[in-house]
Design a protein around this ligand. Sequence first.
Ligand SMILES: C[S@@+](CC[C@H](N)C(=O)[O-])C[C@H]1O[C@@H](n2cnc3c(N)ncnc32)[C@H](O)[C@@H]1O
Length: 290
Amino acid sequence: MGGTTLTTEWTIREVLNWTRGYFEDAGIVQPRLEAEILLAHALDVDRLHLYMAPDKPLTSDERSRYRHVVKERRSGTPLQHVIGEVNFYGLRFRVDRRTLIPRSETEELLDQVIKRAPRDRDIRCLDLGTGTGVIAVCMARYLPRAEVIAVDVSPTALSAARENAALNEVGDRIEFIESDWFDQVEGQFDFIATNPPYIRSDELSDLAPEVKDHEPAVALDGGPDGLEKIRQIAAGLQAHLRPDGVVLMEIGHRQGNHAKQILESAGLDDVHVERDIAEKDRFVVGRCPS
Ligand SMILES: C[S@@+](CC[C@H](N)C(=O)[O-])C[C@H]1O[C@@H](n2cnc3c(N)ncnc32)[C@H](O)[C@@H]1O
């Protein structure tokens, strides 16, 4: 298709088969799935529609829209940036180069907050390093009695988070603060949820180009040993958690023991590491002494 082969009367089935091979050659891991997602996006339909009308030919407008997104994807732009949005915990979020693309592990982190949060009283929740705002927005949407604060050091990330809060109709439920972790944050919280940057600085260059060329370094770089940001956050936890308040932090899958020690040294109780759905150490949880 790349400019020449896709000419007339290509059906949905044909373009998908063609793109699958084209993406496979480029090393894209789920070529058929991505082709379907992009075609559905270009046609402005959901994926199911493609299965219902596989023999429908594309119009020339549709072909040209599809060609554009396929080209973008093949040149290494992350799928989520081509589409411009992700689904996270049942909500839609716009994504672009200003922030990290939310990952499914973070949905698991959020799930832990949602499950633990009481519904029968007012609570205060803090999302440290909000990025696209996924954690804060979901807390506001799913916990009606939560006062939610979202913090980021990056003003551009905060602008993205504000847009996503408005998109999900919780713009007035979240206070956004530009701050170096707790520096500008007042008061204490029942829940602090955070997905800090946790990749070792010397490993950043080994990341896939799709990540290192498209996602901001400030969202990825965890310092020389990957634990620097975890230490910085841990240092402020006791002061900002209410008695019995809980911190839930996403970590790298080899950081469980270190992260646990860091939170214990910061004076938290009941510190333990939890695994993600892939059975990897992924979250460290701790409670402020009562
Ligand atoms: C791994 S991203 C997480 C984004 C989002 N919470 C998510 O889970 O998709 C880490 C976020 O922390 C922010 N960050 C990095 N250093 C920070 C600091 N010193 N203070 C506050 N936020 C910081 C980054 O800008 C980035 O948005």
